[in-house]
Design a protein around this ligand. Structure first.
Ligand code: NAP
Ligand code: GCO
Length: 262
């Protein structure tokens, strides 16, 4: 058995949603480095342009399009234009940090639409083609909030908990077609989404949440987007062909740890 070949993505096309920057960009770069042709989307023309420059600077073959993945028509059009999608990474996501009793139903729905309904829409769009071609890989980007709650993230936790179960259901429903659907549950990763939690305070000290996360993480650091590269390549490759419906937590040990004693 050639282990390097087992992890190779040569000849595969991977669609990574929301891969203009942050975790999606790092995952697309990793899949591209393993040999996949990359297709990605985001909503902003400006982000699209910067991302295309970023991929090209790294020698990654990537094509990008503007697509709001909450819109089924746009998502189906994008998938049709790409042609065969062998690997789908449902990465696009948003968070709104608002105490639940102050949150509007509209805000709640927007988060659920992006973080849960969009992965359903995109998976639904690629599965028939995967079945025709004899298989495929779907990777859903879950969260610590697929397992844990905290103040202000009721919508996000509901969506990411739901995404964990959508993952298991896709695996259950389409596993017989050689489709593997797994999740990656990143810990706290330094990206624009978490920038407000790491803002330096007016007195020059670290944000209290930043200190809290370091104390909750056995690795004693925030994750970097590239920390997710290995898990993504594994779950996108033949190396994971008998792994289905699992969530691989890449969290520096957070979920294993009760926390530092005061
Ligand atoms: P980020 O820095 O905010 O990046 C989000 C990306 O998604 C951007 O490329 C954004 O581009 C795109 N996007 C947002 N809504 C979209 C939509 N409706 N349609 C298409 N593209 C959309 O977020 P991140 O931190 O990299 O997070 C990526 C994923 O990992 C999310 O699902 C997030 O919930 C999850 N996650 C993050 C962390 C963390 O600590 N950072 C931890 C666990 C899980 P445009 O603005 O141009 O659309
Ligand atoms: C928050 C964070 C988290 C992370 C991530 C953890 O406000 O607690 O934004 O939800 O982004 O999903 O895994």
């Amino acid at each position: 058995m050639n282990i390097t070949e087992l992890f190779s993505l040569k000849g595969k096309t991977a669609l990574v949603t929301g891969a203009a920057y942050g975790i999606g960009f790092a995952i697309a770069e990793a899949l591209g480095s393993a040999g996949a042709e990359i297709a990605f989307c985001c909503r902003s023309e400006e982000h699209l342009k910067t991302a295309l420059e970023g991929y090209s600077a790294r020698g990654i073959s990537a094509r990008g399009s503007i697509c709001d993945v909450t819109d089924e028509k746009q998502a189906v059009k994008m998938v049709n234009e790409i042609g065969g999608v062998d690997i789908l990474v449902n990465n696009a996501g948003i968070i709104k940090r608002i105490p639940m009793t102050e949150m509007s139903a509209e805000d709640f729905r927007e988060v659920v639409d992006t973080d849960l309904t969009a992965p359903f829409i995109c998976s639904k769009a690629v599965i028939p083609g995967m079945i025709k071609r004899g298989g495929g890989k779907i990777i859903n980007i879950c969260s610590m909030m697929s397992e844990l709650g905290r103040e202000t993230v009721s919508a996000y936790a509901s969506a990411k908990g739901g995404l964990k179960m959508l993952t298991k259901n896709i695996a259950s429903e389409y596993g017989r077609f050689n489709i593997q659907c797994n999740g990656i549950g990143p810990g706290y990763i330094a990206t624009p989404q978490t920038a407000p939690l790491r803002e330096i305070q007016p007195d020059g000290s670290r944000h209290p949440f930043d200190r809290f996360i370091i104390s909750k993480t056995p690795a004693e650091r925030w994750g970097e987007p590239n920390d997710l590269a290995g898990a993504a390549v594994f779950l996108a490759s033949r190396a994971s062909d008998f792994v289905n419906g699992q969530i691989l937590y890449v969290d520096g040990g957070i979920l294993a740890y009760i926390g530092k004693q005061p």
